[in-house]
Design a protein around this ligand. Structure first.
Ligand SMILES: Nc1ncnc2c1ncn2[C@@H]1O[C@H](COP(=O)(O)OP(=O)(O)OP(=O)(O)O)[C@@H](O)[C@H]1O
Ligand SMILES: [Mg+2]
Length: 191
């Protein structure tokens, strides 16, 4: 199965989400690879830094070279670049689901709609991330998306400094991504 992590805006948490979801899958015993379709190669650099630090990531991070094929029972996470690169369209043509991480600021939310247009032909789930607000506001945001027919993950990711510190390491704490992984895999009837 292939999961694409996409958002046309930069810096919303695509690479962080791809990496943590891959780690969550690995910790649940699912064979997983992370394919890096971003020419900035952030996920690849993260993996190299983890090797240099003596704690390599427990799954492969590979460059994108055409639509990957998952083996039976295998999960492939694809991290994508911001903007409207051709590779984004290619990725959206091969994945089973698009995961769209978005922060809750008005600007981030404004920018999420064009992304949802390009994913409209496939199952899509919005993941609220970098949240440092009250639960009531999160519920309102969820309603806003659901009124437009866009599912939002029940579980969301809080804004935490720990995510910045985690760069280049193999984080011990999944910091909410374990629940997100379980929710998405259950929704897709996957494992
Ligand atoms: N939940 C969070 N709380 C705090 N900081 C976060 C969180 N998620 C991501 N970050 C930080 O936000 C920055 C951008 O995250 P990330 O690189 O994952 O975004 P991106 O969408 O992949 O960016 P790009 O579009 O440049 O590829 C990083 O410094 C990351 O550590
Ligand atoms: Mg990135």
């Amino acid at each position: 199965m292939l999961w694409g992590v996409v958002h046309t805006k930069g810096g919303v948490g695509k690479t962080t989400t791809s990496l943590y979801l891959a780690l969550a899958a690995h910790r649940r015993g699912v064979p997983v690879r992370l394919v890096d379709a971003d020419p900035q190669a952030s996920a690849t650099m993260w993996a190299s830094a983890a090797v240099r630090a003596g704690h390599p990531l427990p799954f492969a991070v590979e460059p994108y070279s055409g639509a990957p094929r998952a083996k039976s029972g295998e999960l492939i996470l694809i991290d994508t670049p911001p903007g409207q690169a051709d590779v984004l369209q290619e990725v959206l043509d091969c994945v089973d689901v698009a995961i769209v991480p978005t922060a809750a600021s008005p600007m981030d939310l404004e920018r999420v709609w064009p992304t949802l247009e390009v994913t409209s032909h496939l199952p899509t789930v919005v993941l609220l991330t970098q949240i440092n607000t009250r639960a009531r506001l999160v519920a309102e945001l969820r309603e806003l998306f659901e009124e437009q027919g866009v599912p939002v993950a029940e579980n969301f990711i809080r804004h935490k400094e720990a995510f910045k510190q985690a760069w280049g390491t193999t984080p011990a704490d999944l910091a909410g991504y374990g629940e997100v992984y379980d929710e998405i895999s259950e929704a897709l009837k996957w494992h």
